[in-house]
Ligand binder design. Structure first.
Ligand code: ITT
Length: 213
């Protein structure tokens, strides 16, 4: 990569490279979560969009809404790598807990994990929960573009995983209202046909493919 002495790159270089990337439908997905990358990749590939993972964690702002967090992260990432990119912010919002863990999902999963959530939900009858996801795309040409997805469901009474131990994060305790299986009991294909991530990524792909015509 051509770099200046201060480690920045010329706009000219970035613009040429960004055009090349756009023409060839290659987008960077800025994430530190390989499971999210795998899901996004397997949704986008059949739609003719190639995505590469770039693990470049920036500062994440505090907000109650995935849109604001995703837009801010995409804008921040673009100022650093100047290439067409997406970021995704997702979270599990539990009705009876006032939307918790919501924007704190990553931290809560790392600390109290699924067992901690089930403990908090002990003796609670209302188990309604919603997964939200926002995909934020950013390129020089378009600026930030947001695409939302959500899926309603409930928190199960116990953790439930499939035989192949698939799923990640809260998948073993989330059962969508569209079926009996938890996300972790579904194959990747099944989860990708209805998840919050699928809804957001699919909206993005429909929009993105129209931009290129
Ligand atoms: P990034 O680097 O992309 O930010 P992250 O793991 O921090 O990765 P998010 O902030 O988008 O991702 O999501 C927060 C947490 O919510 C994530 O770490 C998971 O524990 C959980 N989560 C998100 N999507 C999920 C899904 O489809 N199934 C289960 N858990 C999910």
């Amino acid at each position: 990569m051509l770099k200046n002495a201060d480690n920045s790159c010329d706009d000219y270089y970035y613009n040429v490279n960004a055009d090349f990337q756009i023409r060839n439908k290659i987008i960077l997905f800025i994430t530190g979560n390989f499971h999210k990358f795998e899901e996004v990749r397997s949704i986008l590939n059949p739609m003719g969009i190639t995505v590469g993972m770039l693990c470049m964690k920036g500062k994440e702002i505090q907000s109650d809404h995935t849109n604001e967090i995703a837009e801010n992260s995409a804008t921040e990432a673009f100022t650093r790598c100047h290439l067409p990119l997406i970021v995704e912010d997702a979270g599990l919002f539990i009705d009876a807990l006032g939307g918790f863990p919501g924007p704190y999902s990553a931290y809560v999963y790392k600390t109290i994990q699924n067992k901690g959530i089930l403990k908090l939900m002990e003796n609670i009858q209302n188990r309604k929960a919603t997964f939200y996801a926002t995909i934020a795309y950013y390129s020089q040409k378009t600026g930030p573009q947001l695409f939302e997805g959500k899926i309603e469901g409930k928190i199960t009474l116990t953790e439930r995983k499939g035989n192949d131990n698939s799923g990640f994060g809260f998948d073993p305790i989330f059962q969508s209202s569209q079926g009996e299986k938890t996300f972790a009991e579904m194959s990747l294909r099944e989860k990708n046909s209805l998840s919050h991530r699928f809804q957001a990524v699919n909206k993005f792909a429909q929009w993105y493919n129209k931009q290129l015509i």
